[in-house]
Design a protein around this ligand. Sequence first.
Ligand code: H2U
Ligand code: ZN
Length: 349
Amino acid sequence: MNFSDLTSQPHRRFNPLTREWVLVSPHRTARPWQGQTEDVAAAAPVTYDPSCYLCPGNLRAEGVANPAYTGTFVFDNDFAALRPDTPAEEIQEKGLLVARSEAGRCRVVCFSPRHDLTMARMGVAELRQVVDTWAQEFSALGSDPNIRSVQIFENRGAMMGCSNSHPHGQIWANETLPNELAKEAAACREYWQLRGATLLHDYLQLELEKKERLLLANDHFVWLVPFWAVWPFETLLVSRRCVSALDQLRDEERTALAEILRQAAIRYDNLFRTPFPYTMGFHQRPTDGGDYPEFHLHAHFYPPLLRSATIRKFMVGYEMLGMPQRDITPEAAARWLREVPARHYLNER
Ligand code: H2U
Ligand code: ZN
């Protein structure tokens, strides 16, 4: 098979981070659509919503009041999925009924006091505060000897299960590595042992040479469509320098991250002129105290929208029983995302 066949022939692509395959069927984009369409929410119109549990000064569900915060604001999730005081216990019957207790902590991070903003419409200075807050949280949670993974993420849009349009993200910190991080950490370690470089460093050099999946780049970060993307407009944000987590980023790198996050969020919103739903999050080194020179900081964006604001991808049928599959090639998605204007559609005049 030749690289030029990738645009026309059904094939599988390998994801070296998870060591799983995705089926790519470029010819299927032509099929008609008579399925479900979605309602996509417009941008929140008000800067302060008295009924929002994240706005400054308001009461949360458990009766605690938020402070009159002016930048970022972080609190322990009132409905935390993981709790620090969970006793250590185990069930094990014939290797078939197996369970273990899991301790941890869940935090909610408000990005801004403004109810109506999103990453795409916040300034670089404000986003820089978000980056600093994430880095601080990673260090503080990660320094707890019972925490081995700090998962920072943002669920955006009701379609992705986000419960509130106030700009916010979550952090789940676990006693053990979640599946995705465990797969990536193992692949990165093996690659490092074999080649003496981080997997994403070498991958980034290839993408910088080939250029066809590149979206945006600044001095410290590159945003691209990974060769093995599953979601229609899935992207990957990679640091140029081999750092294993946000805590290792220097001043100028943190600002560069804020800039590229803002730019990426604008491109996504402009794609279908809608607040673009996605789950995004960082993968960072495990926080078990080990040295992870092979782990390379990156963020994944997983958006569900397929070819307009109202048609979304579901992972059903063959994908539940077999493997993930995609119709638009990563290269076509990259071309489409690159052509989108750099200025947010709500700021047009
Ligand atoms: P999502 O919008 O991604 O669901 O995140 C909101 C989180 O905020 C959610 O995990 C928490 C929910 O448990 N939350 C509180 O901690 N306090 C509240 O008063 C409401 C929601
Ligand atoms: Zn709010």
